[in-house]
Design a protein around this ligand. Sequence first.
Ligand SMILES: *Cc1c(COP(=O)(O)O)cnc(C)c1O
Length: 378
Amino acid sequence: MLNKEKQIYLSPPHMSGREIAYMQQAFEENYISTVGSNILNFEKQLAKITRARSTVALNSGTAAIHLALKVLNVQAGDEVICSAFTFVATANPVLYVNAIPVFIDSEPETWNMCPQALEEAIQDRLKTGRKPKAIILVHLYGMPAKLMEILAIAHFYQIPVIEDAAEALGSTYLNKPVGTFGEMGLYSFNGNKIITTSGGGALVSDNSEYTKRALFLATQAKDPAPHYQHSEVGYNYRMSNIAAGIGVGQLEVLQERVKKRRAIFEFYQNRLGKHDFIQFQPEPTEAFSNRWLSCFILAPNQSVTAQKIHFALAAESIESRPLWKPLHQQPLFAHYPYYGQNVAEKFFQRGLCLPSGSNLTDSDLERIVQIIKNEIRR
Ligand SMILES: *Cc1c(COP(=O)(O)O)cnc(C)c1O
């Protein structure tokens, strides 16, 4: 008998059991706050995994985006190009610095920023005499964007790229970790991400001047002086040594987590992908996704819809989630420029994220698939 009562979440934390020892060490050393060996160790291990030259551990991914914009000196009234199909945290920091987000639609091959729409946007903004200050490129649900095409455009027009790899730690593009292609990249370690520090983030770069500046701003922008001296606005964005302890334990199992998430995706695809009206998020040959979330879209005009599947799962205490509502359709951002063909809108209308946590069991997965199959047969 399948257990009908068990609640299944979309992407819950999955502890390895080793985190507690690192937290314990922080308690023993009495380094509980924003200095300590776990932080340094976390940054070192993250650098090793991502092969980024420099890393700075922060208290959220959102903070990392905010700092990246500050490091690039994005100012009030500047324009920042941004993926439209993403979580609101990608674009909120653009508003923190009073800049103007310019949203770019998705392409169907990775669901990420469309290179054609990007170039169209840049050319159009240039015509108005406004050169975008930065591009925030998202690797959605862990899937690497079309980096080659987008970087070529960014280099041609000389616009720095910030990679929002919040969902994509462990993903690679041409065997190189995503987050390390642009001027800066960032990861999130929120509780629902592939690994967690409880809450946290990191900024990475091959340019250590960038991360040095980010660290300075993240720790209240304290000038070098014996007293507390400040010449510019700073932030309180540093990761704590306790959170970093969780992170060190989690980084040790990242590869296992990626393997399991990919296996979950394979399971769904094998069991549901035979229906030609179900299309899972594609993975081009040059890309390797951590498959943070397993997501699909349904063909239009089917009797089964993403909403019906969502509610059928919810009735059995199983959490699923619609794909991100494109940001240019959010009331918060509706009046900002947008370039594209409404590809992401269709994804939003027809798509769903399935439970993808690395602690799912085979019987959990079987239960989820049976409910979806029943809904298809209806
Ligand atoms: C989670 C997430 C963020 C924000 O990370 P936090 O650590 O929650 O601040 C940013 N962008 C994307 C795409 C995310 O999924």
